[in-house]
Design a protein. Structure first.
Length: 300
């Protein structure tokens, strides 16, 4: 039976996986547990030994692994590693899914590279850490973008390790969604660190403070919906509760408190300075959504 025939007729089609690091191993185990034949390759063969003991076939080379089946999933260190691993592989007729973390531009370039070699392509962004993979109730999911036909054909297989969310035919969109969410997370963690720094020298237990912090951030995160509506409509004054002028005035207290507590304000000042710039441009009665124009260079 040919590879193409197997991919269409088997309820648990074979999967080739390049990369047996922490995330790759978690993905392989999820597919193995679901009954999918898995062929794995790793640059350091010893790392694939544990997967072999659990039923995976270990290929001697990336090219050999690619030849084992139609669906080829790549989960390596970076985009350069993908190119190096697949340099000698015949990708003709293969469906290549790249779960390697990268940028939107890298996703688009890799899609063109794969197409030139006769493969269909999906780029992906994993919104999970390895312990969440293969656990339906963990909330883990993966963004996919690129060939819609590839995604539809392999949707069930791709959804085994984590939820599968298709975000568009543009191969760069998966990475863009991934990085946008991670960037928001980074900003949140910056605020979390600053908050803990403020109470650091006081008789306030971090474990007592943490539930208050989580509850507050969860409630405030809902305002992202309002920001989205303002950005889509272009009406930055729509449904404003606390306008920019009020928020900027409140920043004085935030910065003064940091100084009193002996805490560096370096995690706050980039944002407060951006607010001051937008306020000086005459947007005091609006919400903060319009500050996006300062970040994108749209503001005159």
């Amino acid at each position: 039976m040919t590879d193409n025939a197997r991919s269409h007729t088997s309820p648990t089609p074979p999967v080739t996986l390049l990369g047996a690091g922490a995330m790759g191993s978690a993905l392989a185990r999820a597919w193995l547990a679901a009954g999918h034949p898995v062929t794995v390759w790793n640059r350091t063969p010893a790392r694939a030994e544990a997967l072999a003991a659990e039923g995976a076939a270990v290929a001697a080379s990336a090219a050999e692994a690619v030849a084992a089946g139609r669906l080829v999933v790549v989960c390596l260190l970076d985009d350069a590693s993908v190119g190096e691993a697949l340099a000698d592989a015949d990708l003709t007729g293969r469906d290549l899914v790249d779960l390697t973390t990268g940028t939107p531009a890298q996703g688009r370039a890799r899609a063109a590279w794969a197409t030139e070699r006769g493969a269909r392509f999906l780029d992906a962004g994993i919104m999970a850490v390895p312990p969440m993979i293969g656990k339906p109730d963990s909330g883990a999911y993966v963004f996919y973008s690129g060939s819609p036909e590839l995604f539809e054909e392999h949707r069930a297989t791709l959804a085994v390790p984590a939820g599968a969310r298709y975000v568009g035919a543009d191969p760069g969109f998966a990475a863009l969604h991934d990085v946008a969410l991670l960037s928001a997370m980074s900003g949140m963690f910056a605020g979390v660190l600053h908050a803990f720094a403020l109470i650091r020298r006081e008789d306030i237990a971090p474990t007592d403070f943490a539930p208050l912090l989580v509850s507050w951030l969860t409630a405030m995160a809902q305002l992202a919906h309002q920001t989205a509506e303002q950005l889509e409509s272009g009406d930055y004054g729509k449904d404003v509760v606390s306008n920019l002028a009020m928020q900027a005035a409140g920043n004085v207290t935030l910065l003064r408190t940091a100084e009193e507590q002996g805490v560096s304000a370096e995690l706050l000042t980039p944002y407060t300075e951006l607010m001051d710039r937008w306020l000086a441009a005459g947007h005091g009665d609006e919400d903060t959504a319009g500050m996006v124009e300062l970040l994108t260079g749209e503001a005159s």
